[in-house]
Write a protein of this length. Structure first.
Length: 190
């Protein structure tokens, strides 16, 4: 029988318990990030901190609801609440801006879309039957879905370009390819 660690971690919880709880609730963080990415909140903060109600008016959403989203993300270090209900960018939030190299805005938008989260609801059934989960939920494969949904395809293309830029640049800067005549990249999407 495994022993339970006696030292406590986050919030007095045992370290493994706290870490697992964090993982279990991670879909909530994905949706919070999706909301601010879709609303371009990080792009609204490039000039400096702004009050939540000013941000809400700019993007035409409910101020109280946006405040809750921003506070939840600030509690995770993604935005900073600077006082008097003002929010500012952090290094994490900078990556949610559209205009930064290696931006993760399109990635956050894509991961929060129905085409990404809805299949997970059918995972147990598909594990039991062996069916492909995306096909079961949407009645078509991923590439057919993108062909039928131009907005999703455009987000996917932006995510792919940004993902390549964010991963390729450090590799190119770290390795001397001058002797290579051909370079092949293998890409895996998660």
């Amino acid at each position: 029988m495994a022993s339970i660690p006696t030292s406590t971690g986050q919030g007095g919880l045992q370290p493994h318990r706290a870490q697992l709880q964090e993982l279990i609730g991670s879909m909530c963080v994905t949706q919070l990030l999706y909301v601010v990415a879709k609303l371009q909140i990080a792009d609204q903060l490039t000039e400096g901190p702004k009050r939540f109600d000013e941000l809400a008016a700019t993007v035409a959403v409910d101020p109280t609801a946006l405040y809750r989203v921003l506070r939840a993300l600030a509690s995770r270090g993604i935005f900073a609440e600077t006082g008097d209900c003002h929010f500012a960018l952090t290094p994490h939030a900078e990556l949610l801006r559209e205009d930064v190299p290696g931006s993760l805005r399109a990635w956050a938008m894509m991961q929060g879309e129905e085409s990404r989260w809805k299949p997970w609801g059918a995972l147990l059934e598909c594990v039991q039957t062996g069916e492909t989960v995306f096909n079961r939920v949407f009645g078509m494969g991923w590439w057919e879905y993108l062909a039928a949904h131009p907005d999703a395809a455009e987000t996917f293309n932006r995510m792919s370009a940004s993902n390549t830029e964010g991963r390729a640049t450090p590799i190119v800067e770290a390795y001397d390819f001058s002797a290579a005549t051909t370079v092949i990249a293998l890409v895996q999407f998660q």
